[in-house]
Design a protein around this ligand. Sequence first.
Ligand code: SAH
Ligand code: SF4
Length: 427
Amino acid sequence: MNVNDTEVIFSILAKHGYERTEKMEEADVIMANTCSVRDNAEQRIWGRIDCFNQARKHRPGVVIGIVGCMAERLKEALLDSHKVDLVAGPDAYRRLPELLEAVSPGHPQIDVMLSREETYADITPVRLDKNGVSAFISIMRGCNNVCSYCVVPYTRGAERSRDPRTIVMEACDLFSKGYREVVLLGQNVDSYLWKDEAGQVNFAALLRMVAEVSPELRVRFSTSNPQDISDEVIYTMSEYDNICKHIHLPVQSGSNVMLEKMRRRYTREWYLQRVAKIREVLPDCGLTTDVIAGFCGETEQDHRDTLSLFEEVCFDSAFMFYYSERPGTLAARKYADDVDIETKTRRLNEIIALQGRCSLRSYTADIGKTFRVLVEGPSKKSPDELCGRASNNKMCVFPDRKHKAGDYVDVRVLSCSSATLICELAE
Ligand code: SAH
Ligand code: SF4
């Protein structure tokens, strides 16, 4: 999501004559696009701000800006640090040229207004990906859920969906430029809804519209919410070969007590029933998740419930975190962050170890299968090998000198690690 926002920012600045540089020593403006989801993300940014200030010592006049969620969360406090000249929240990017213009010594600029309408629908992002094959498209912004641990609704504001025609136009444009995959992004894609005089478009309908751009254009999406993912979406996925069979379905916890405290609006049983439905309709669908260990009041039994859910579902992979209290959230106001750091770390490590075994089991189950892969480029390890993802999102590597990024290739799986399928060409 942040990468896509950075692409939007580059587009806005490019229209006003700014050029992008990879070298900090050359920059007149240095900006960090920030995340506030966990405290360590913010701590890293403070480190970066210090590093920007070091650079400024050699080149006075350089403007330092902080944009995105951390700008939104800390607002003036960032200016009070006297280390930055510009603070802009996620809905203020259109004003960046104006704000940059107004910055002068002793006159820092700030805009952290959130909007109910801004979707940057008319802005064509400047693509930052290196391979020219896969691109992100934001289909909505903000979030209307209030998961008690989460800062996103406060930093990104209310949910708003983007006009589907602009989404399809962006997908067509990317396809004509050689892209072969789009990833539709939103905090809760299943609640995408666009209404106008012509009628309404829900997420399933949007998926169809984008899938119909071309059978050669793959469609992926993230993030699905267990409460909201509908049968219609699951069946729509089954109707189109080019809608990739992968769902990222964050569970957060396997304990109903925790889920309720987290305000996740579903139970463990509901989650498992959604997984069962996905596997019934889409037997080869990849499934990944997010989880938080050590949320407020989490007992050993709650933790064991998470482990048993992981064992039962056997995800292909997971993003695993321990709980990090975020100021201003419901949990910070209502519940004590009372699981000590040793226990959080131990529980997280237990989940990571279990997931490692599950990943290996899931990848091993693909040995002998044939997958159609979209080539992304040479593998990290060898120029004689290519890599690309199967529909289920698993990374495949295979020796091949004939094909190039953007080609579709059939490969057969020979062996695996817990994160990669080792393959050969199937022709
Ligand atoms: N909208 C997505 C997730 C957005 S944040 C969803 O609803 O699933 C990405 C992930 O960060 C979350 O899924 C959660 O696992 C993690 N996360 C969010 N807030 C957190 C916190 N306070 N501490 C630890 N992890 C957190
Ligand atoms: Fe945060 Fe919940 Fe919204 Fe995801 S759905 S962004 S976890 S509030």
